[in-house]
Write a protein that binds this ligand. Structure first.
Ligand SMILES: *Cc1c(COP(=O)(O)O)cnc(C)c1O
Length: 233
C-alpha cells in the first residue's frame, strides 16, 4: 500500500542519513522525488496527498498528458534524456530539468527559456561511470563546460544528477556516487545557488544518501512495478 511504502522509503532515507560518516556539503535533509513514469495519472494526486510534492517523469509527452489531466501541482522534474527538438515543451512543463547532458541541449534550453521569459532550473547529468550506453556529460566534458555556464543567462544551474550502473557491486555503486558528490562540491565551490545532488533510485537510494545525495528519485519502491502497456500518452 502506498502509505506503507512511503513510510518505508522515508525510514530507509533517515537510516542512511544516520550512517553518513560526517557533515556533507549537501546538508542534512533529503528530498524525495516520486517517479511516476509508466504509472496511471491518478497516483500523482495520491502521493501528493501523502506529502510528496516532487514528481519525476522521464518523457515529455507523458508528462504533458498527465498535466493536461491534472494540472501542474507540485514540482515537476524531468529525469529522462531530452532531445533538442523537445526543449520548448520541456521548458513549459518542468520546474527542474535534471537530465541536461550536452552543450547543444544547454543552448537549446537557454533559447527556449528566453522565449518564454522563464529562468529554467536545471541539473547537469554526469556519466560518472562512463557507461557507453548512458547519456550524461563525460567527466571531461563536465569539467570543460563549468567555465561556460554563465553564457546561458536563462538557465539556473542548481546541481548535479548521476545514475549509478545497474549492478550488485555495492563498492562500485558507492564509488560512482562518491564521484557524483565530488562533482557537486566542485560546482558548489565555483557557482552560486548550487543545491541539489540527485542520486539514487529504488535499488540504491540508501547508498546514494550515505554518499551525499540530497535528492533521490524513487519509483518502484513506492508504486510497485511499472506498467509498460500505459504507452498511450
Ligand atoms: C525510472 C527512473 C528512476 C526510478 O527508478 P526506480 O528503480 O523505479 O525507483 C530514477 N531515475 C531515473 C533517471 C529513472 O529513469
Amino acid at each position: 500500500m502506498l502509505a506503507d511504502n512511503l513510510t518505508q522509503v522515508r525510514g530507509r532515507i533517515a537510516e542512511a542519513l544516520q550512517h553518513r560518516g560526517g557533515p556533507m556539503e549537501t546538508g542534512t535533509e533529503v528530498t524525495l522525488v516520486a517517479v511516476t513514469k509508466n504509472h496511471p495519472p491518478e497516483i500523482i494526486p495520491a502521493i501528493q496527498a501523502l506529502g510528496v510534492s516532487n514528481i519525476g517523469e522521464n518523457r515529455v509527452q507523458e508528462a504533458r498528458a498527465k498535466q493536461e489531466l491534472l494540472g501542474h501541482a507540485g514540482t515537476w522534474h524531468l529525469i529522462g534524456h531530452l532531445q533538442g527538438n523537445k526543449a520548448k515543451k520541456a521548458v513549459a512543463l518542468f520546474d527542474l530539468i535534471e537530465s541536461v547532458d550536452s552543450r547543444e541541449l544547454l543552448a537549446e534550453l537557454d533559447k527556449e527559456a528566453g522565449k518564454l521569459g522563464k529562468k529554467q532550473d536545471i541539473l547537469l547529468q554526469v556519466n560518472v561511470a562512463r557507461e557507453p550506453q548512458k547519456t550524461g556529460f563525460s567527466p571531461e566534458d563536465y569539467e570543460a563546460v563549468l567555465p561556460l555556464l554563465d553564457q546561458y543567462g536563462n538557465l539556473s544551474v542548481r546541481g548535479v544528477m548521476v545514475i549509478a550502473p545497474a549492478t550488485d557491486d555495492e563498492a562500485l555503486i558507492r564509488r560512482v556516487f562518491h564521484g557524483g558528490y565530488e562533482r557537486f562540491c566542485e560546482l558548489k565551490a565555483r557557482r552560486p545557488r548550487i543545491d541539489w545532488l540527485s542520486m539514487g533510485m529504488s535499488g540504491d537510494f540508501p547508498l546514494a544518501v550515505e554518499e551525499g545525495a540530497n535528492l533521490v528519485r524513487v519509483g518502484t519502491a513506492l508504486f510497485g512495478p511499472r506498467d509498460y502497456s500505459l504507452r498511450n500518452y
